[in-house]
Design a protein around this ligand. Sequence first.
Ligand code: SF4
Length: 289
Amino acid sequence: MKIIIDPHAGPCGGVKRAIRMVERRLQDHNDIVSIGPLIHNNAEVERLRNKGLETVEQEQVEGGDVSTIKGKRVFIRSHGISEELMQALQDSAAEVFDGSCPKVIAIQKMIRREYDAGRQIVIIGKPGHPEVVGLNGHCDNKGVVIASEKDFDKIDFSRPIFLVSQTTISHRKFIDLMEKMLQITSDIVVKDTVCRQVMNKHEDLRNFAASVDVLLLVGGKQSSNTAVLFELAKSVNPSSYWIEAEKDIDLKWLGSAETVGVSGSASTPMWQMEKIRDYLQNVLLPVQD
Ligand code: SF4
């Protein structure tokens, strides 16, 4: 049995950058608070906690109530935050380290500009997702968040629209909803904000999943990005399984597989995939001999 790590696996540039940034800061201060988990990955959050990174839930502080972190050093993860929360942190935290992904910051700026120009902001994404909450917080929370065509009744199609999306949604979904909106009105400025790293990841994962007998997708159970990738992998390889760690692997899945692929989402660090590979190589293979 061959165990292969997907050559295209690993976190996206925005997450890698945030982890690098926070690890640098943790060398000088072991008392930093992250606004929400840095990535949707429990083991990585735990590793960083051991270095001094605490986490508060974003919902606890969105809306401007930052009393719990007053006077502390805070770190903003790659998803970004609302203008209101940023202002509140700058007014009350000891120091603010901004790890927002530059691509997300660019979308936030576009939203502010188009909103100020009088356009209705429509965001295709998951309601309540931290990046979406942050984006909407750049148009005074007046944006309309849509997850499917069913949400079209929330949009005022008589007004000019600026259409963007959460960076991690499927590109097909973005194009599909955009085309449907264009059938209703032509007064839409569209900015395709699906992250290319995520888009390529979809194609890369599709090819990788199809090339192995069994696919183990490593990612946090609360990660919407992993959920999208898992559906995609399943569609080309029914023997695909979503795991968080080696304890989730059921040996029966491997059956008579000749190749087992290990891949991950945008928030899965390489060390976790290597751990799965090592586990399979060092523990499972000798047992099967
Ligand atoms: S998915 Fe793309 S936009 Fe989102 S954090 Fe990663 S690199 Fe940035």
